[in-house]
Design a protein around this ligand. Structure first.
Ligand code: FES
Length: 216
């Protein structure tokens, strides 16, 4: 399985990568809390996903990028997450946070926010909520480590791509690439392979191919 960013064009996805659409759901207090799968696309050996934001057949490319002269120059950082992330230590957990990757999925806001929860992570309830919030962060902006064994706590994600939608705010989010699918730039360089990353699909990110929240 592999995703290739094409120059001023779509993402070319090969290797029968499962594709679906999921919505972010709020809890009773209005906090982003869970995911709900609303659509599963037929499995295809190869497909092209729109990254210019103007296809009439989203999430697939329909060639409109050429008509609008889409400028898809990548600014994506080839550095590793660990190099870019700020480290926030707490008593039981350590949070690594790369703000540039934020897609505003907002799972990190509940119960005082993940930053406070990590600082209070000697409290088991705060610890559990902090882990849940980090694991729900689709872009991998937020990554949690257990101080006791030094291991990163990651959700188990099958290799797949999820189109993110957030109906309560009518926001059409990025493409959530899960499970460590390699992503190659238009000039043939491999980005760091990660369990969770999000790719821009509105065409406006300043951090292409990754989403920077500009769709909002
Ligand atoms: S990238 Fe082809 S229509 Fe958007």
């Amino acid at each position: 399985m592999k995703i290739t960013v094409s120059k001023n064009g779509p993402y070319i996805v090969i290797g029968k990568v499962p594709l679906s659409t999921s919505e972010i759901c709020n809890d009773d207090e209005g906090y982003c809390r869970t995911w709900r799968e609303v659509k599963r696309y037929p499995l295809q050996e190869k497909y092209a996903l729109c990254r210019c934001g103007h296809s009439n057949n989203k999430p697939f490319c329909d060639g409109t990028h050429a008509k609008i002269h889409f400028e898809g120059t990548e600014a994506g950082d080839l550095e590793t997450f660990d190099k870019n992330a700020e480290v926030i230590p707490g008593p039981a957990l350590t949070l690594s946070d790369d703000k540039h990757l934020c897609v505003h999925a907002r799972f990190c806001m509940r119960a005082g926010g993940i930053w406070n929860l990590v600082e209070q992570s000697d409290d088991p309830e705060a610890r559990d909520i902090a882990i849940e919030e980090a694991c729900n962060c689709p872009s991998g902006r937020l990554v949690i480590k257990d101080n006791e064994n030094g291991k990163t706590i990651e959700p188990e994600l099958d290799k797949s791509i999820v189109v993110i939608e957030y109906p309560p705010r009518n926001e059409h989010g990025p493409l959530w690439v899960r499970g460590g699918i390699p992503i190659e730039s238009a000039d043939g360089k491999l980005y760091e392979i990660r369990n969770r990353v999000t790719l821009c699909r509105c065409g406006r990110s300043e951090n292409k191919p990754f989403c920077d929240g500009s769709h909002i």
